[in-house]
Design a protein around this ligand. Structure first.
Ligand code: ADP
Length: 321
């Protein structure tokens, strides 16, 4: 388990992390999300102490990592793998050597290193490229090598800093599937920093949303998605063009909600008309969640809201700006 307690980080006058308290359970896939400059990478890098902090405590498996001496810090970092947006591979070394690098520092025998490199290459699906140099690989293949290298010392935590931001959507999905497999098979806790909504939806069981160094929301991803005024919306780049007359109401359909004919039934029962202004079904890991914006006449607002409330649906009246 990873636990942040009142963590403050400053860069000169800038408070990059303001009093962050947060727990990340063991074995989770956890997202740290927010816009660029929110403090996501800084928070991630405090876990393995690539960034030190001004005040607060950070516990990794009950050890306060802010108090570690050099030798213990080295042990901590062995236990925490990390991958980056731009892969950080050694360009002059081939794939085999890149993966073997952390193993060479661990006094393993040559044949043990060989066995482990091949095992890792198999896990990440890159064993036919062991002799290639990084420049001969696609972005997705480079990230696979970086993942293999990060797993070499058998860590139980993997930190991913915008690991799919430089990849196309199909490759992103493949890398996310690989991360899911690693989490599943080896029980490794995965913490991802991302500004990509697709990453959040595809893989994160829980998320923390940061804004300007502050923790503004934390919880299970689908619950946050369904909560009113959730800050995830700030990450969705697509524009919703809504009618400027009448009232726009956004409805959220949770995974437990089976009444798919809800709105047609509502129209019939209340004898009201409405337009569908915007609708979207989204896949969150293995289940579907939906949001729908309907445009109604002002006169119908009260009875429609009453009806929605009686059916225990979450809703939000969208204020025209
Ligand atoms: P994010 O990962 O959400 O994009 P960062 O954690 O990289 O955000 O940065 C948070 C804030 O701290 C930003 O305003 C950034 O400019 C600043 N910052 C990050 N690293 C440094 C640094 N080494 N020196 C000075 N300011 C920094």
């Amino acid at each position: 388990m990873i636990k942040f307690e009142n963590v403050v980080k400053k860069y000169n006058n800038l408070e990059a992390l303001s009093d962050i308290s947060l727990e990340i359970p063991k074995g989770k896939i956890f997202g740290i999300v927010g816009k660029s400059g929110a403090g996501k990478s800084t928070l991630l890098r405090t876990i393995n102490q690539l960034e030190t902090i001004e005040s607060g405590n950070i516990y990794v498996n009950e050890v306060d990592v802010t108090k570690l001496r050099k030798k213990d810090l080295r042990l901590l970092r062995k236990n925490i793998g990390m991958i980056f947006q731009h892969f950080s591979l050694l360009e002059t070394k081939n794939v085999y050597e890149n993966i073997a690098l952390p193993l060479r520092c661990s006094h393993l025998k040559k044949d043990e290193i060989n066995k482990r490199v091949i095992e890792l290459a198999n896990i990440v699906g890159i064993k036919d490229k062991l002799k290639s140099k990084p420049r001969e690989l696609s972005g997705g293949q480079k990230q696979r090598v970086a993942i293999a290298r990060a797993l070499a010392s058998n860590p139980n935590i993997l930190l991913c800093d915008e690991a799919t931001s430089a990849l196309d959507p199909i490759t992103t999905k493949q890398i996310l599937n690989l991360l899911k497999k690693i989490n599943n098979e080896f029980g490794i806790t995965i913490i991802l920093v991302t500004h990509q909504m697709e990453v959040v939806k595809e893989i994160c069981e829980s998320i923390a949303i940061l804004s300007e160094g502050k923790l503004i929301q934390v919880g299970e991803t689908d619950e946050i998605f369904l909560s009113k005024n959730n800050m995830l919306n700030t990450l969705i780049e697509e524009e919703q063009i809504l009618p400027t007359s009448g009232i726009n109401i956004k409805l959220f359909f949770p995974k437990s909600f089976t009444e798919s004919s809800f709105i047609t039934k509502m129209a019939r029962e209340l004898n009201v008309d409405f337009d569908i202004a915007y609708g979207k079904l989204e896949r969150f890991q293995n289940h579907i969640l939906g949001s729908l914006i309907i445009n109604i006449a002002k006169n119908d607002e009260n009875k429609i809201i009453e009806y929605i409330k009686n059916h225990n649906l979450e809703y939000e009246v969208i204020i025209n700006e």
